[in-house]
Design a protein around this ligand. Structure first.
Ligand code: AMP
Length: 586
């Protein structure tokens, strides 16, 4: 039952939940913004900070290193306790609804009056971070849920699981803040990028103090992305004045933040060595400082305030090693000295976003590149991407081959005048990759294997997105080869913990769609069995893309295009055979 908000205080979490419900109920962007637009002005500054962060989907600001780290199963256990429902019933509901928050709203019937305040939710989240041990954490969650009405519990669970799923992204919150302050949205995005806190941004905008925002380091800035190029002629058309050509390194994207350490009390990301603070972030904007202690040490030598963009690659002697080498080091819980030595890495810098007090994002590529060239990036652990300027494309074929010979994936072509555009996949950066067809897909189900893999979930059903705008997942195939035993074992453990539903005594499971794989295959077939209408023939896993978020996997349209392309190639090949056979007959 939804209570009226008439008697509830302005800062009640219940009001937040009501606004969230209203936002979920409409698909119209403007209506969503209008709901935020009437809710935000009612709040005091401190509550506005929290509400803006929560609507952006995160319990803490981005600059804050704290994470709730509450897994789906802990939330499920807490909900089992509070609701006193049958485990089977909750599981079945979860499969049906796909979101534990929605399940909570269905199964909870606690008819208490709403009393939780936004600030109390903030305190409860802060306290949960401090709790160690799964059991104690579940007790903490149970205590919080018991203080909530069913509707509030729905949104508490959604916040704890890291996604509100009400069709509202951070961009929409920025939009609403912009409308309220009568400012261009670009200005709000800029301040949010500088401060790393949508809550603080909302408060600055309200007080007309956007000008006072300064760059805060140690929160990730969204990465600029590249678009694939079909043929070299496209480069000539887009960049007639010339362009920069870099190697496309095959590693994991990383952003480095470096500054002198100070005693600021905020719990910032990163680690401090010799009074220098260093943080590394992945393309998914997660902190990965702890995975690369050897790089952290090397980076302290730079002795400047910097944000660098680049790639972490396996690197030994003077050579870049295959990506698979790096995989041995990723996802490991403990990093032994042996492992660090057996898989040495280097950070190859290719961009600079901030340098000694100056934000470089709006400077053209050529200016950013010259700063990069002034840095000491010529050590075994710190490198600079090779960059050459070309006026026409005639030499690119040769360059592509040279990059491949150096162990790299291909080329990146960059517009010399382009600014750095955080989070955008535009045409200022073009990628020229190897010719084999690959797809980035997500695992949706898993099955135990055979032989020595019979103890593990090692056969993976995978899906693509319906389209760029429709996140519905459509299965397109099933793969079981391509990963090492260690990878399979790790993946299997993860999938067991993130199972949605079990069949055949756990031998087959649907799983949370979070693990992205890069797969290759022989052909794309039209298939009646698969909802999307296509199936990949003989798929093989090239690698686990832990650096890629599910939102960026390939779409059905790409599959359709590949099917058409491969079909054409096939025709070309048969025609060739036909002609030669005719030739040999005559
Ligand atoms: P893809 O993952 O295929 O979409 O290709 C884009 C990725 O290429 C980026 O996210 C980077 O991780 C990687 N990359 C490798 N070398 C470069 C480079 N020189 N400049 C920009 N991105 C690069």
């Amino acid at each position: 039952m939804i209570h009226s908000t008439g008697s509830t205080p302005i800062d009640a979490f219940y009001r937040f939940a009501i606004a969230a419900e209203q936002i979920a109920a409409t698909t119209k962007r403007l209506t969503k913004a209008a709901i935020l637009g009437s809710y935000f002005p009612t709040l005091e500054d401190d509550d506005l900070r929290l509400a803006a962060r929560y609507f952006a989907g995160s319990p803490f600001p981005q600059f804050d290193q704290r994470v709730l780290q509450i897994g789906g199963s802990a939330l499920m256990n807490a909900l089992l306790i509070v609701s006193e429902a049958e485990s089977n019933l909750l599981q079945a509901e979860l499969v049906k609804r796909g979101d534990l928050g929605d399940v909570a709203a269905d199964v909870l019937s606690n008819q208490i009056a709403p009393t939780l305040r936004l600030s109390e939710v903030g305190e409860a989240f802060a306290a949960l971070v401090e709790i160690r041990g799964n059991k104690k954490k579940i007790t903490g969650i149970v205590d919080l849920l018991k203080r909530a009405t069913a509707l509030e519990a729905k949104y508490l669970i959604k916040l704890m699981s890291g996604d509100l799923r009400i069709g509202l992204r951070e961009g929409a919150v920025e939009d609403a803040i912009a409308r309220l302050a009568d400012q261009p949205v670009g200005r709000i995005q800029w301040v949010n990028m500088l401060t790393g806190d949508i809550g603080e941004t909302a408060v600055l905008a309200r007080h007309k103090q956007l000008d006072t925002a300064r760059m805060q380091l140690f929160h990730p800035i969204k990465f600029m992305l590249a678009s694939p190029v079909e043929d070299f002629a496209e480069i000539t058309t887009r960049m007639p004045e010339g362009f920069a050509v870099e190697d496309k390194y095959d590693g994991i994207r990383a952003q480095v933040h470096i500054a002198a350490a100070n005693s600021e009390s905020r719990s910032l990301h990163g680690a401090t060595i010799d009074n220098v603070r260093i943080a590394l972030f992945s393309r998914t904007l997660d902190e990965i400082t702890g995975t690369f202690p050897d790089l952290v040490e090397a980076l302290t030598a730079l002795d400047l305030e910097l944000i660098l963009d680049g790639e972490i690659v396996p690197f030994q002697g003077n050579r870049i090693l295959p990506f698979q080498e790096l995989q041995k080091r990723l996802g490991r819980k403990t990093l032994t000295d042996e492992l660090l030595q057996s898989v040495p890495v280097a950070f190859v810098a290719y961009d600079v976003l901030y340098c000694n007090g100056k934000v470089m994002i709006e400077e053209p590529y050529s200016v950013r590149r010259s700063i990069l060239e002034s840095l000491n990036l010529n050590t075994p652990r710190l490198r600079r991407a090779i960059s050459q300027q070309f006026k026409d494309v005639t030499l690119l074929e040769q360059e592509f081959q040279a990059a491949r010979d150096r162990g790299n994936e291909g080329l990146m072509v960059k517009h010399l005048q382009s600014t750095y555009k955080p989070g955008k996949r535009g045409k200022d950066w073009l990628k020229v990759k190897r010719a084999i067809a690959t797809l980035d897909v997500v695992i949706t189900a898993a099955e135990v294997g055979t032989g020595k893999r019979s103890r593990f979930l090692s056969d993976f059903t995978f899906a693509v997105r319906a389209s760029e705008t429709d996140p519905t997942l459509l299965n397109v195939g099933k793969a079981y080869s391509g990963l090492t035993d260690a990878e399979v074992q790790e993946l299997s453990d993860w999938l067991k913990q993130h199972t949605i539903q079990e069949f055949a005594h756990g031998r087959v499971r649907t799983v949370e769609p979070k693990i992205v794989l890069e797969v290759t295959f022989d052909r794309v077939q039209v298939s009646k069995r698969h909802k999307g209408g296509y199936a990949l023939r003989f798929p093989r896993i090239l690698r686990i893309r832990s650096d890629k978020p599910v939102e960026e996997i390939d779409t059905l349209e790409t599959v359709r295009n590949l099917a058409a392309q491969l079909e054409d190639n096939h025709k070309d090949a048969t025609q060739l055979v036909d002609r030669t056979s005719i030739a040999s007959e005559t």
